[in-house]
Design a protein around this ligand. Structure first.
Ligand code: AMP
Ligand code: GLY
Length: 432
């Protein structure tokens, strides 16, 4: 067992709402030395730490490694999937003296669980993990023939990383064929669409189950639910996520235990057999079907925005917890969650997800944070001429805690109404 030092300098990689919530949790830890944040961090994140004066680019990972050595970084927390898939965790996992540096985030080999849906399907099949029946295609003609041969429309997924947008759930076979053209021919999702997974359409309620995995031990986090569609009542296009809440009541304790047993235990074993070092957050998107829970996808990181309500409820020391995860010591870790419920409402820009407006001044954040139990995490924001402006699709995440979901929700919406910018867009039914 590796014990967590009393003082730890942390480097937090990532620049959005999830990382602002992580930065808050890290900043609450009594162990925090200096919090170094991404040079691209938004102003909210940067207000909690110091921007690293080095590019965080997997192609120049040696520079980030030198930075970590120079500033005695004792924990690296990697938020987004792209740097993980590009091997950032591998590059930073060793100090100049050859000793290990704790990194929360899997190796590139293990991050393929998210970055290559074909690999994920294979691992699941080999380990008999319940998932949609599906096939992987590298070749357009064979994929097309398969779609045409099915009596039911199948779900089309770009196999690579597509910012959460590479999944098309078609209503009929014609739409499925058009989806296949968009992914494989028009390459709407770039190289992510070189390969596709085509799978049966599942029905049921969805839930996100996240766990910390230290290579061997699994610590399941409280269940969350996000809202992927842009508009109320699950209308409009898929987005990165328009809100989330925790705990999610759709999933009872017996089902959680079943998901741990049938999904998490076998996938962690399968990764180990494949010599894929996984120390970080494993996120399973689950469909609760009449035949039991089935995996829709794996992510190898915290969800955004699911991370926001989770961090709002985390009472124990985030540095000690993440350090334990990164050093294979989770079985000794202490984790406490508040009894409160938490709700996050994402405030997006007009035009999101296709073409978000940028550059509009944002006001009212401190007024919003005056609502009891509320924090406002910044996502797509920038500081220009001393003014905070919109700078991305998802602009802010308003998170409220309350004694129950109803109280958390009404606080979050009261706070959301106090924030102004042109084109403010959000759902009214988060957590409802
Ligand atoms: P994913 O990124 O794989 O989680 O897919 C995004 C969304 O597409 C999911 O949250 C589901 O709503 C939907 N989806 C993915 N796979 C399936 C499936 N096999 N059947 C029905 N819906 C799906
Ligand atoms: N909110 C879904 C995700 O982060 O993938």
């Amino acid at each position: 067992m590796t014990t967590c030092p009393d003082r730890v300098n942390v480097l937090l990689i990532g620049a959005g709402g999830r990382e602002h919530a992580l930065a808050r949790a890290l900043a609450r830890s009594p162990r925090l030395g200096t919090l170094w944040v991404d040079p691209d961090a938004n102003p909210g994140i940067a207000s909690l730490g110091r921007r690293a004066d080095v590019p965080i680019d997997p192609k120049q990972a040696y520079r980030t490694r030198q930075f970590c050595d120079k500033h005695d970084i004792g924990l690296v927390v990697i938020g987004p999937e792209d740097p993980l898939a590009a091997g950032m965790a591998d590059a930073l996992a060793t100090r100049a003296d050859g000793s290990p540096r704790p990194v929360l985030g899997p190796s590139a080999r293990a991050a393929r669980l998210e970055a290559d849906k074909g690999y994920a399907k294979k691992l699941m099949r080999d380990a008999s993990i319940p998932t949609a029946e599906g096939r992987v295609f590298d070749d357009y003609e064979s994929a097309r023939a398969f779609v045409e041969s099915r009596s039911e429309p199948h779900v089309i997924k770009a196999a690579g990383l597509a910012k959460g947008k590479g999944v098309i759930v078609p209503a009929d076979t014609d739409e499925a064929l058009r989806a296949l053209d968009r992914v494989m021919k028009a390459r709407e999702f770039g190289d992510a669409g070189k390969r596709v997974v085509i799978e049966e359409k599942l029905a049921g309620k969805e839930a996100s189950v996240l766990a910390l995995v230290d290579g061997r031990n699994i610590l399941i986090l409280p269940p969350c639910q996000d809202h992927k569609r842009l508009r109320d009542h699950d209308g409009g296009p898929n987005t990165g996520g328009m809100g989330a809440f925790c705990p999610a009541g759709t999933i009872d304790d017996a089902t959680m235990a079943r998901i741990e047993r049938e999904v998490f235990v076998p996938i962690v074993d399968a990764l180990r057999r494949d010599e894929a070092d996984f120390r970080g957050v494993l996120y399973a998107g689950i469909m609760l079907t009449p035949a039991g829970p089935k995996v829709l996808e794996f992510n190898t990181r915290f969800g955004d925005p699911e991370c926001q309500p989770l961090m709002a409820r985390l009472e124990s020391d985030a540095i000690a917890l993440f350090h334990a995860c990164a050093t294979g010591s989770l079985h000794h870790a202490e984790v406490r969650w508040s009894a409160d419920a938490a709700v996050t409402v994402v405030l997006a820009a007009e035009g999101y997800p296709e073409k978000p407006r940028k550059g509009d001044e944002i006001t009212g954040i401190s007024d919003a944070e005056n609502v009891h139990g509320v924090v406002v995490d910044q996502a797509g924001t920038a500081m220009i001429n001393g003014k905070l402006v919109t700078n991305g699709g998802r602009v802010l995440g308003v998170t409220a805690v309350g004694s129950d979901l109803g109280e958390a929700r009404s606080r979050a919406y009261e706070a959301a109404s106090r924030i102004q910018y042109r084109g403010k867009t959000y759902r009214r039914d988060i957590g409802a």
